[in-house]
Design a protein. Sequence first.
Length: 144
Amino acid sequence: MLQELADDVPFAIRKVLTRMGILYGLWSLDSHSSTLYESGYFNGPDANRSIRTKILQLCELIKPDAVSIVDAIAPPDFIINSVLGYADGDIYRHIYQAMTMNKKTFERVDWWRDFTDTKPAVSSLEPVNDQHSLDENTEQNAKL
């Protein structure tokens, strides 16, 4: 019965799923290697080293299918509801659309005058309260 189900799955998908299953198995062995060493199932450094080598080899084989795997496993875009999480890969357009949808995007904030009217003079941490002192500071800095 299991073989009949496997025969219904296209070969390309079966190959990726088999690799994912093997990767999970190797990852499990690697993450529980201390227990396996303590109980005597593993001995010497070769066991762990070969498992990690195989994990890297499988990751290299699975890499071309990574986006498809994530799309198959991950929830759809509307559930994630993230500007960066759309499957179409058009990040900048989605960021721009999200930014311009906010009604106050192009309005000035309440505190904008704090940064324009009383900004510090060049080489000073004191805010400028009048235009005359700003002109004096500019002339003094020009002489230096």
